[in-house]
Design a protein. Sequence first.
Length: 259
Amino acid sequence: MAAKSRRHQLADVALVPLDWVEERSGLVGYTKWFLFRRVPHDIDWSQTLGAASLTAFIVQATTGVFLAMYYKPDPETAYSSIQNITEEVTLGWLVRGMHKWGASVFIILMFLHMGRTFLFGAYKYPRELNWILGALLLVSGMAEGFTGYLLPWDNTAYWATVVGININATGPFVGPFLAQFLQGGLAINPDTLPKFYSLHMLVLPGAIFALIGLHLYLVVRLGVSSPPWSKTAAGRERREETGAREGLIRDPASDGETA
């Protein structure tokens, strides 16, 4: 009994910081809500592609931070800084290789994840919004790969970027303006590299982080869909439209009367 009492005392002491955080932020309760939830009993490994894509992005973000510490976004020194990372910095070759090839792995995993979602019918009601967020994540990930291609500033990266920008320029209406925006002028110039670097390091990662946060929230809120062969329905029954949406045009204090 004494040992058990002491164990409880130690547990209470250990939980004091968590109680302090929970009382002031509610983060502990949200974390439990996020981690502990019901999932279908008949899911398989194909439904881990989303988590694999998230892991690949975390690897990209981590390796990108370390590369940014040594990379110089200047046309005169960009390539030499890449050589320095590869040849002089401790394990720089490994970090750069993980970042370079990890970009392809990230995009491939997203394609596989979206293919699985489509084939399993997991884009249907009530998960349509999550499908849209996933599509935006795929576009953002591909844009991240495109903006990173120019950064070594060697011949291969330069001419591949020229081809990519010219392809964008052929788009209707906004194509020429998009190409001019990406180039920073009428042609690739010394201002192009810093623009690509800012998009690659600041704008697109921020957008991807925000989209991933919303995507995960909806996954937790709506649950994991069952496979097509499951006896459990992948979606849920639609609610009948009442003609008024609570919280928007219906006054809760009016007992059902519209405002």
